[in-house]
Design a protein around this ligand. Sequence first.
Ligand code: NDP
Length: 264
Amino acid sequence: MRADVAARVAARSRSPGLAVVLVGDDPASTVYVRSKDRAARQAGIAARTIHLPAATSEAALLAEIRTLNEDPLVDGILVQLPLPQGLRTEAVLDAIDPAKDVDGLTPTNAGLLASGRKGLVPCTPKGIMRLLAETPLTGARAVVLGRSVLVGRPVAALLTAADATVTLAHSRTRDLVTLCRRAEVLVAAIGRPEMVGGDWIAPSATVIDVGINRTADGRLVGDVAYAEAAAVAGAITPVPGGVGPMTIACLLENTLEAAIARGA
Ligand code: NDP
């Protein structure tokens, strides 16, 4: 995907522009922003990171976003989440021009997705659908664990649009294990290290592990206990190396698509 985006970027008269806004010094966010910036540059996208101090006021952040909205060389704007305390995520997302919303999180793009209409699709859910490209989805029983605006809800909408029969489960869902055991497609996005055991998985199921969790001993693990799940599943994504890199590839694709849609 990255090579494909790079080739399409190279064929254009102007490089698409991506502005990544990082507020504060959260270590995980800093790593993610660096990877996004590097991948964008490698694809020929004119990427820049705008690093603001943690003490930035909401008014100053909104002013920065307005400047980027009006900058003709910027096709995509991504505000790295979570924001430091005191900054309202919704107010910040509402300020982004939906045509430049390459993270697909503004109410306009979320609404288009929920309505089954075309818009900019959030990168992680878009990447998950790409990973499922060879999994038969029509009529399939799909279970999505987690109902966040960032992952669970948009994944459920996309799977529904792909004709799967979707159950969206969360922390109040009863008898998760039985529910998951019936799933032909299982997407885990709960942020609970290795909570989904091998005995939760149906034989031959396709398992997408979105979770990125740091254990007490410093290991990076998903929401799924990989080794035991892999012994049962038909296909499974690893952590790290699965959904994460695909999310970045989709960010590059969204930036190119935003540039094309803007006629830039
Ligand atoms: P959130 O914390 O926003 O949402 C978690 C969801 O999981 C909530 O809906 C919550 O339910 C549900 N949940 C929590 N605990 C349980 C439980 N014990 N049983 C059932 N459901 C539960 O997380 P995100 O969606 O933002 O992220 C989820 C994971 O994915 C995290 O590990 C995050 O780091 C990772 N992530 C990875 C990305 C990537 O690029 N690979 C991108 C984005 C996220 P309720 O709504 O009831 O509280």
